[in-house]
Design a protein. Structure first.
Length: 461
């Protein structure tokens, strides 16, 4: 009889396609057996618990743009503290957005980020280069990215640079698609944002009650429609990051119905919070890009997950201290967008979504793990539970109730926008390639034990 390194006994194993109660055996960082008889050096009894694939949060910000390190205040997490928050939340792989220095080419910037992640992260990491100025040299490097293990690029429609170089961004999208890469796009139109913000500020706005008016839905809709047009014109896959509104989703659904390779990400902000938060005295802590929307938008996005047209849920984790978010210099014209979400994304999605009857357990696994693994070229090593896959696993108690508070956060953020929320369903154990990162409230990860993953071409869903 085989003697393995670790057995997880009697748990309910959940993937995007099936649920089965069975013993699971791990050796050498891999899942080697599901069901049947085997012995193991160590055993974990998961009776009454769910065993989920490790969450893949493909959209985080755990490093700063070059030169920003000395600017105060700034985001408070790095690869190490971000890994701790991730592990405590059942996240075993993160996708970090990589800002390039002026004049730095994508492969140079990615090598710099990869070296930092390899020294300091203890969850696994994929890297997305953020394209700024589109030069011939940048375009020449896009077809080389996959050879170096990267299958994605990222750019923003929300800056003046986009329209100034729109032909270059279209060409970048084309080259990415031709090379097996997927283009991540922040969809808000710069001209509309700038005009709306100027109008709101000129009207005397001194707080954030009018923040949604400064970044109106039409800015997201227009940019999303342009991203869809890029996909149709080039045949290249595009991935709409942090979609927030019913109208922008409708544009994506219509594109998907036409067979276009348009994929949609949303984030916890738009599943659990609405614009009424901006009427609170501490409204600044809810600032993100795009803003919180209306209840009908929230409902539409939940329905989109259930229907399979919203493909991933990721955090866009970019935390600040509460003092920085509430400081008087944080204004509509000088934004500090972002919040902590890594540790609470999975519990909230289970509690509000699965227990709340909005989505199935299998759909939760798809949007948190399987779909991201396929789109970002790490499936089936990641994103599923199967023999030969990495032993990236979460033992999850579906009945355990916790109240969220800032003290429990492993992030360097000192607050949660979900402070005081009672959540039912919580991770007990997180394994990354068979190594215990988190158990029963304690983080055990080692900085530098994470890997920067080599990826293959994006896979259609």
């Amino acid at each position: 009889m085989a003697r393995l390194q670790l057995a997880i006994r009697r748990g309910e194993i959940v993937t995007g396609s099936q649920t089965v109660t069975a013993d699971l055996g791990i050796s050498g960082g891999k899942i080697v057996q599901i069901g049947g008889d085997f012995e193991a050096e160590r055993e974990y009894d998961a009776l009454g618990k769910l065993i989920l694939p490790g969450v893949i949060d493909a959209h985080v910000h755990l490093t700063l743009a070059p030169g920003r390190e000395q600017v105060e205040p700034h985001w408070v997490d790095d690869f190490t503290s971000g890994s701790a928050a991730a592990a405590a939340g059942g996240v075993t792989t993160v996708g970090n957005m990589c800002a390039l220095a002026p004049g730095e080419l994508p492969l140079e910037g990615l090598a710099r980020y990869a070296e930092l992640a390899a020294r300091t992260a203890f969850v696994d990491v994929i890297l997305h280069p953020i394209l700024g100025e589109i030069t011939p040299q940048v375009l020449e490097q896009i077809p080389l990215l996959l050879d170096h293990g990267h299958n994605s690029i990222k750019y923003f429609m929300s800056t003046p640079r986009f329209d100034a170089q729109v032909l270059g961004y279209l060409e970048a999208t084309q080259r990415a698609g031709d090379s097996g890469l997927i283009s991540l796009i922040h969809c808000e139109d710069y001209a509309i944002l700038e005009s709306a913000t100027q109008r709101v500020v000129a009207g005397g706005a001194t707080g954030f009650a009018q923040y949604p008016e400064s970044r109106p839905v039409i800015a997201e809709v227009l940019a999303t429609e342009r991203a869809v047009a890029f996909a149709e014109a080039t045949g290249a896959p595009v991935y709409i990051v942090h979609l927030s509104s019913e109208r922008a989703l409708a544009a994506c659904v219509a594109a998907q119905a036409r067979g276009l390779p348009v994929y949609v990400e949303t984030r916890p902000f738009y599943l659990h919070l609405t614009r009424e938060r901006f009427e609170e005295p501490d409204a600044a802590k809810y600032v993100g890009q795009p803003p919180l929307r209306e209840s009908r938008d929230l409902d539409a996005i939940w329905a989109g997950i259930q229907q399979g047209v919203v493909n991933t849920v990721c955090t866009d984790h970019a935390p600040w201290s509460l003092a920085a978010k509430l400081a008087p210099e944080h204004t509509l014209a000088r934004l500090r967008p972002g919040a902590e979400n890594l540790q609470v994304m999975l519990p909230l999605l289970y509690s509000e979504g699965v227990r709340g009857g909005r989505i199935s357990l299998a759909r939760m696994v798809e949007v948190l793990s399987t779909n991201a693994a396929k789109l970002f070229g790490i499936y089936p090593s990641k994103g599923t539970i199967a023999p030969g896959s990495d032993a990236d696993l979460v033992v999850f108690d579906p009945h355990l109730t916790r109240t969220i508070d800032g003290v429990m956060l492993r992030s360097n953020a000192d607050y949660s926008v979900y402070e005081g929320w009672e959540v039912t369903g919580w991770p007990l154990l997180t394994l990354r390639r068979g190594e215990m990162l988190y158990q029963d409230g304690e983080v055990h990860g080692r900085p530098g034990s994470g890997e920067v993953l080599r990826r293959v071409a994006t896979m259609p869903l």
